[in-house]
Design a protein around this ligand. Sequence first.
Ligand code: SF4
Length: 706
Amino acid sequence: MSTDEQEPVKTICPYCGVGCGIRVMPGEEPGDMRFMPWGEAPVNEGRICIKGGAATEVVNHEDRLTEPLMKDEHGEFQETTWEAAYEYIVSELQRIREEHGPDAMGFFGSSKTMNEENYLIQKLARRYGTNNVDNCTRMCHASTVWALRTSLGAGAMTNSMKDLRDACDVFWIQGANPGEQHPIANSVYFRQAVLDGATVIQVDPHANKTTRSFQIEDTDRHMHLQLNPGTDIPLLNVVIKTVLDNGWIDEDFIEARTEGFDHLVETLEDFDKEAAAEECGVPLEDIEKAAEVYATADAAAIFTGMGMSQHACGVDNVQNEINLALITGNLGRPGTGVNPLRGQNNVQGTCDVGAMPNVLPDYQLVDDDEARQSVEAVWGFEVPPEPGLTNVEISHEAGESIKGLYVMGENPIMSEPDGNRVAERLQQLEFMVVQDIFMTETAKYADVVLPATSWAERGGTVTNTDRHVQLMRPVGKVHEHTKHDFEILCEVGTRLFGEDGGFTFDGPEDVFEELRQVAPAYHGMTYELLGEEGIHWPCLEPGDEGDPFLYEDEFGTESGLGHIEGVRHTPPAEVPDADYPLVLTTARLEEHYNTGTMSRRSPTLNRQHPENFVDIHPNDAERYGIEDGDYVTLRSRRGEITVLAQVTEAIKEGSIWTTPHFAAASANRLTNDVLDERAKIPEYKAAAAEIAVGVEPAGDPVSADD
Ligand code: SF4
C-alpha cells in the first residue's frame, strides 16, 4: 500500500442524526482502521461522542457476513455464489409478482444506508409495481413528518443547529433527550447556548442526561416538567390556554401568516387547566411559568423527539407544538421553530429520497398526478398512483396479502413493537431476502442473506437532522466477497428490468445526479459542490447555499399559511388496570444504538451497558419488594423480558422505563403495536405492564446474537 493510501479519509459518523465528521485512518491490511478526529468538521468542530469514537470497532468484527447465504431444504444456511443468490432472488420476485401481483411484495429501506441506496430501493419497488416501501422513520418520526409537512410544508427541522445556538433564548425540549441521543448537538450547540444565557424547559417523564446536562448552578434557567407518560397534549393545552388568557400571542403573525386560530380558541374554550395539570402530574403553576418563559422570549425554539411522536396520538402531539410556535410567532426566524431531532445518521435523507409508501423523492405525493407524472417522465415508467403499506402494516400482512419481503439493513424483529408476533409473521412469508453486515435477528428467518459492506467501506451522501447533506467517503472493502448495497440493488434491478430498466449507474454519484432531477430540494447540489462542507436543503439551483432556517416569508403549504388546529387529549390505547398496573415507557441509551446490531458488537460500547435494565421508582420498588440490582421480569399482554432493576427517582411513581437495544431482553417484546391512524407510527411510549420479582437473569448478557 502506498503512502498516499495511508491518508486518513474524511467521512461521517454512522450512528446518529447529528452528522458529525470523523476521519478514518486505514492500516496496512484491509480492515485495519482506526478513528481519528476531524478538527474542522462542519457540524461537530472536532468533537465526538463515545459512539463516534468507537464506530470503527465493528467494521472488521469477526461476526461480519462475508459470503452470500441461502437456506437448504433443511432450513440451514449454506454459503453460495452471488450468481446463484441473484438468480434465486430475481426468480422469486418474478414468481411473486406473477402469482400474487406486485403489492404482494414489501421493501424496507434503511436509515443506516446512503441517500443513493435508499433512492434505488424505492425506485426498485416502484418499478416492480408497488408503493410498499418504507423505512424506520415509520417507527421514530412518521407522525412528526406528517404534522410538519401538513401544517408547515416540510417534514424536517425548521431551523439549523447553528442558528439555534446563535439566536435561541428558550429551548423547549419535549419528549427528546439530546444529552443521551444527540450528544454532540447537545454539547456543541444547545448547552453552549444555555451557558451563554438561554433557558431550557424540558418536558419528559424521565430525568435523563439532558436533565443533568442543563443543571446550571445559581440560575433558574432550567425547568423540568416531569409529566406522566402520554399526557403531552393536556400539558401543551395548559400552556396554550395560559398564553391565550394572558394575551402573549403574536397577533400580527397569526393574522398574516396562519389559518385555523379560531379552531384552537374554540377547542380550548371550556378547557379546565387544573384538571389537566392534575392528569399530567405536574403542578399547574410550573406549567404556567414555563408558558410565560416560552411565550415572552424574543426567540424560542421547540425540540421534539420520540417521546412525542411514538404515540397513537403522535400527529396531534406534534400539531400542538406547531400550534404553540405559530400563535407566538416563533417560526420563520433564526433561533425559533419546531425541530425534530432525527435518530439515525440518514433517517432524514431516507425520507427525502422517497423511501416511504406515500411520497416520491422530495415528499411529492404519489397520489398527486402532476407530481407523479413529473417523476415518471425522468424514470420512464409508471408509478402506482395509490400509497402503499407502511413497514408495520407490511409486517402485519406478512403471510396474508404480503408474500415476500426485501430488507436492506433493517431488523424489524427487534425494532417493531410486539416483536414476538413480528417473528411469527415473518416466518409465514414465502420469500425474504436480507442484505446486511451481520446476521441480525431478522436475517435468521430469511431465505437469502447477502453480505453488504459497512459504513466505512463505501461512499455516498447522508442528510443529518438539520437537513445538512454531506459526503461519506470510503476507506475500501474489508471482505472480498461483500458488495455495496448500491451494487446489489443495481444488479437486481437490471436483472429484473433489463439494461434499459433504469438501474445501470456508474456509481453513487451517477445515482445522485438522477436524484437531483426528481428532488427539487436537492437540485442545486452536486458531489463537487457538497465538498467537505456539505449543503443544507432546500438547495434549488447550483450556487444556492441552502437555507439554515425555513419559512422566512411563507410556509410550504398550499395556501402559504401555517396551519393551526386545536387538539384534544387522547389517552394511550392501553392504560393501567388490575392485571397490568404500571405504565411502561421506552427510550435509547447514549452508548447503544437502536437494535444494537452494531453497538452491541463494539467492545467499548458494550462495556458501558452490557445488558438491559429497568428504571423503577423507589415507592414502586418498595411495594414490590425490589432492591436495586435485583433481576425482575417485566410483563405486558404481548410478552415478557428479564432485566436488572435500577431503583431511581429518575422515573415517576407508577411508570417504568427500559430500552430496546438488547436481543435477550428487548423492550419491543412488550410494546404495543397500536398505530396513529394517519402516520401509522406505533405507540412505543406507553403500554400497560406488570413486574414479577425473584427471577434469574436470562442468557448471556454480552452476546450480540442472543
Ligand atoms: S453525536 Fe451522533 S453523529 Fe456525533 S459522534 Fe455521536 S453518534 Fe456520531
